[in-house]
Each structure stands twice: as C-alpha cells, then as structure tokens.
Design a protein around this ligand. Structure first.
Ligand code: NAP
Length: 334
C-alpha cells in the first residue's frame, strides 16, 4: 500500500515521503480500515517539527495522519461493534497513528460510525476537533445553563466547539474574524464579537468556562472576564504539572512541565479560576456521542480544501500557512 512517512524531524522541511509498504496486520481487538479521507491538522506539522517529542516519543519512520474516515475491510476476532463495510471515523490512538495511508489498523475502542448525511471529506473534519471539545467540557465538568467563551471560534476548533457546547446546554459567546460572523452565528453562537473592533474585556463578564484557542496574551484577557471558580482550558499552550500527571508522564517530565506551566498556574490563581491544558486522545464512545449530536442537529463541518493523497505535502503546507476557512482534507481515489 502507499503511505506518507516521516523519516526525519525538521523545523523547516515539513515534507513527508510517499512509499510502498506492507498493509498492516490487525490484532484481535482491531479493524483494518480502507482509508477514504484523512483530516490534516496543525498537529501533523508539530510532529514533523519534533515539537511534541516530550509528550509522545514517536519512532521514525512513522506513518503520519491523526484523523481518519474509511470502510471496515477486516475485523479482528475480538471485535464486537463493527463489521465489514461499516463507514467509520476516528481520532487515531496516540501510539498508533497512520491515517495518511491506503490502510490503517485501528483499535475498535477508537472508532465510531460516520453519520450518513456527512460526505467522507466532511466527516474527516470532525474527530480531532470535536473530541478536543468533548474532552475540554468533560474536564471542566461543564453544566447546562452556564456560559462559555470560545476565543477564535471562527477557526477549525470553533466550528465544532459551538454546536457541541450548545447541545450541552451552554450559552456561547465567541470572538473571531468578522467575515465568518454569519457562519458562526449559524452554528448557534449566542453572541459574536469581531476581535478587530471590540475589546471583549470591556464588554463581557460573568463567564464560567473558556476554551482558549489562541493562547499568548489572550489567555490572561480571557481569565479577566471569568467568574471566580470558573475553568479555562487552553489548547495551544504548553503543558503544566496537572496535565503531566493526568497524561501519566514520568516524574521528571511532571517536574519539567510543572516549571513550564507555573506562570499560567499562578495567573489562574490570581484570577481565582482553574487552568488546564489538554492533548486530545482517541475515544470512540465520545465520538459516537458527537455523531449522534451532529445527526440530530445536521451540523455541516466546514471543509476548506481537499487534496489528493499524492499531494499530501501541499495539504501540510497549506495548514502550516494558516488563514484556514475550515478543514484541509486529503482523499484517496477509491
Ligand atoms: N491541545 C489540543 O489537543 C488541540 C486540539 C486541537 C487544536 N489545538 C490548537 O488549537 C489552536 C486553534 O486551532 P484552529 O484549528 O481553530 O485554528 P484556525 O483554524 O487557524 O483558527 C483560528 C481563528 O482565530 C481567529 N483569530 C486570530 N487572532 C484572533 C484574536 N486575537 N482574537 C480572536 N480571534 C482571532 C482567526 O481569524 P483570522 O482569519 O482573522 O486570523 C481564525 O479564524 C491551534 O493552535 C491548534 O494547534 C490544540
């Protein structure tokens, strides 16, 4: 089968190498998926740049790709939930990624059935960002009737965060780029703020939860609009000690991330809020919950550009260049 492999970490050259390799063999709890589409994420380029080596020390060469949509081709003898020809999707388990290939072997615990109304390309936009939001809301123990602020919600994460937060009964305030205002309101946001013309620190208060997709100086601004006892989850930041413990990292990494995350922890203390970083994991049951929510609400994920598998490096370069209007996806002609 054809697969796109990372053979060498590089800060500047993000290109993968397309090679012919054997189709993977499945374990008893796995299914073999014939890949139809794969989502391309900033995370893929972070892996190439070596930016997450401390979290997950991948061995090279590595078949890349974190997010998959495909058809079940073969099932292991302990698989109970899926059968041949099922259309499934997943955020692949951290220790067995490999969506940029014609076939991938996946634990059934990571998989969910794709809602019928979604195309393969639309479905490829869902798992990683939707699970990020589900896991952030779970960590916050978000309760219906409370208010959430989602920064930069005009991007890929926001497209999932808004409908999922609304489905969980939260009031949603967002900010982002003005040309996406109508799309964001269409997803169900209760209030949209153009970040170039309105300073939300002057006009918004009483926020219970924040999903911070921006980080940097924006994090403290977002803490300043929160109620005491609120909870902020930061997506682009560095891990802290709490994360390192939850993630099961060894003591020396917990110590290291404790130092790295100290500034944020102290800041949160000053504002009387809880602060967390998360790193999205695979979870088939949570993804099935998303699939059910999306089927009910008929949420249409925004797809920016679709590339053929052979152009995977163009897709990665596009993601690296930012200014996305939704998900970048690669497809296989099958
Ligand atoms: N930790 C995890 O597990 C995890 C999971 C998923 C994603 N992430 C991270 O989350 C981050 C966001 O991802 P994304 O895919 O949503 O990014 P994206 O698609 O690039 O979207 C970012 C959006 O924010 C807007 N924006 C820029 N500056 C802003 C500001 N100052 N105030 C308000 N809005 C602003 C942008 O508008 P313009 O078009 O005007 O620039 C854009 O619409 C990335 O860093 C990604 O790596 C982390």
């Amino acid at each position: 089968m054809k697969a796109a492999l990372l053979t060498k970490h590089s800060k500047t050259n993000l290109d993968l190498t397309i090679q012919e390799i054997p189709v993977p063999e499945i374990k008893p709890n796995q299914v073999l998926i014939k890949v139809r589409a794969a989502g391309v994420n900033p995370l893929d380029n972070m892996i190439t740049r070596g930016q997450i080596k401390l979290l997950i020390p991948y061995k090279l060469p590595l078949i890349m790709g974190n997010e998959v949509v495909g058809l079940v081709q073969e099932v292991g003898n302990k698989v109970t939930k899926f059968k041949n020809s099922d259309r499934v999707f997943a955020r692949l388990p951290l220790d067995s990624i490999g969506a940029f290939a014609e076939y991938v072997a996946v634990d059934e615990a990571a998989l969910a059935l794709v809602p019928d109304y979604l195309t393969d390309e639309e479905a490829a936009a869902v798992p990683l960002t939707a699970l990020t939001i589900m896991q952030a809301l779970e960590l916050m123990q978000a309760k219906a009737g409370k208010t959430i602020f989602i920064s930069g919600a005009t991007g890929g994460v926001g497209g999932m965060a808004i409908p999922i937060s609304k489905a969980k009964g939260l009031a949603v305030i967002t900010n982002g780029s003005a040309d996406n205002k109508d799309r964001v309101l269409g997803l169900g946001a209760d209030r949209f703020i153009d970040y170039k013309t309105e300073d939300y620190t002057k006009t918004v208060s009483g926020v219970d939860y924040v999903i911070d997709t921006l980080g940097g100086a924006e994090t403290e601004k977002q803490m300043s609009i929160m109620n005491k006892g609120g909870h902020l989850v930061n997506l682009p930041a560095m891990p802290n000690a709490r994360f390192a413990k939850r993630f099961g990292l060894p003591a020396w990494k917990r110590f290291l991330f404790g130092l790295v995350g100290r500034k944020m922890d102290k800041m949160a203390e000053r504002y009387g809020v809880a602060y967390d970083f998360i790193f999205v994991k695979s979870d088939g049951a949570q993804l099935q919950e998303v699939a059910d929510i999306f089927t009910e609400l008929q949420v249409k994920p925004s797809v920016d550009t679709v590339f053929a598998f052979e152009d995977v490096n163009k897709a990665l370069a596009k993601v690296a260049n930012g200014r996305s209007r939704g998900k970048t996806v690669i497809t296989f002609n099958n």
